[in-house]
Structure formats: C-alpha cells, structure tokens
Write a protein that binds this ligand. Structure first.
Ligand code: 5RP
Length: 218
C-alpha cells in the first residue's frame, strides 16, 4: 500500500463517527481530502460541515455539502483532521498545510478530535517535522529572534500567505519534550497568532492507516 492509500484507509474509517443530521468539523490536507470524499457519499444524511480552510470549503461545496460559518455553530460533536506528527500522548504538530489557526478554532468548539494519519506520522518526540507558527507579517523578524531564544531554527515559508493574511515560520531542530509548555511559551510571543502544537487540545481518537488497514485507538 502506498502512503496515500494508507491515508485513504484512515480517512474513510472516520466515517463511522459521523452522526445522522449532524454538522461535522472538517480539517485540511491530503488525508482529510479522503475523508471529504467519504463524507460526500453520505451528504444527504448530514446537515453540513464547518471547515478549517478555503481549500476544504471548496472541496466540500464541490461535493454539494453545505458549509456553515463557524460563528453560527456553538458546538460540534466531532472534528476530523490530519497531523504532521503525533506522539503517544496524542499531542500533535499540525500546520504543514498552513491552516493551523482555523484548525485550532474548529477543534476548540468540538467535543471529539478524531485524528486521521498514516503510520509515518507517529513519533516518540515531536519536532523532527518543522513546527509551523502563524505570525502577523510585521512581527516576523521579532518572532523569529524569540524562537531562536527558545532553541529553534526558524525559516520563513516564502510565498505562503495564510487564509487569515498572515505568514508562516517553520521552526527546525526543536526536540519538543514538553509540548504543553512549549505551546504556552510560543503563544505568549507578541505577534504570534498560533503555534501548530496541539498539546493542550490533543486528539481524542487516533485512526492510523497501516499496511493492514485502519487501526482505531478510541
Ligand atoms: C494542515 C494540517 C494537516 O492536517 C497536516 O499538514 C497533515 O496533512 P496531510 O494529511 O496532507 O499529510 O495540519 O494545516
């Protein structure tokens, strides 16, 4: 099985968590795209979705799934999203697709975060994947200097503007042994919109696509 086929296994397996007549929180990325395809097959059984990016919104609408404004929905039962890395405590690095801020917002209004990944995403210590940080453009250099003080090696993701009009710094060479503490520290830097560490709000369910099919840890 290729990596994309394992992503597909995970994406389709998440369908069993979707309740009839519900509004579903939908993340962003290639794994989520498989989930959206799956959601399209039951579109008449759900009310619609709250989306974490313009890209997912476009795909959802293309399949005829109604997309609700996050401000009009107080609570979601589930949020389905991928991750760039996930550890044994279900803490994650996210934001490879630059959608981290909206992802954190939709996750925050959801009861259950269902993380869908292929088996290359599981790690012992977070940080081999460069940690994305969304930053207000005028604060880019200041935030980069502060990230160096925290032991990282930030790189400006050239040519990328987030859906919120901001920029991304990818922080290399961090061994994140205390993800909650690091999430607090980076979020406290002036000019940081969001860090792509999902430690305080980790995953509740992990669905991993493997060579043997989808493995569910509930
Ligand atoms: C986007 C994300 C994605 O969930 C993460 O990058 C994983 O992507 P993929 O499913 O394509 O491997 O956080 O901002």
């Amino acid at each position: 099985m290729t990596q994309d086929e394992m992503k597909k296994e995970a994406g389709w397996a998440a369908l069993k968590y979707v309740e009839k007549d519900s509004i579903v929180g939908v993340g962003t990325g290639s794994t989520v795209n498989h989930f959206i395809d799956a959601l399209g097959t039951i579109k008449d059984d759900i009310k619609g979705a709250v989306s974490s990016s313009e890209a997912s919104t476009e795909k959802l609408k293309g399949l005829g799934i109604e997309v609700f404004d996050c401000n009009d929905v107080a609570k979601l039962d589930i949020y389905v999203d991928g991750a760039d890395e996930i550890n044994a405590d279900r803490e994650m690095i996210k934001g490879g697709g630059a959608a981290l801020t909206r992802e954190k917002i939709v996750a925050a209004i959801s009861e259950k975060f269902i993380c869908i990944v292929d088996d290359t995403k599981a790690v012992d210590v977070l940080g081999a994947f460069p940690l994305p940080v969304e930053v207000i453009p005028m604060a880019r250099s200041y935030v980069a200097r502060e990230l160096v003080k925290l032991g990282g090696d930030p790189a400006y993701r050239e040519g990328v503007v987030t859906d919120n009009g901001n920029v991304i710094l990818d922080v290399h060479n961090m061994q994140i042994t205390n993800p909650k503490d690091m999430e607090n520290k980076i979020n406290a830097i002036a000019g940081v919109v969001t860090v792509g560490l999902f430690a305080h709000r980790g995953a509740d369910v992990v669905i991993t696509g493997t060579q043997e099919g989808a493995k569910i840890e509930d």
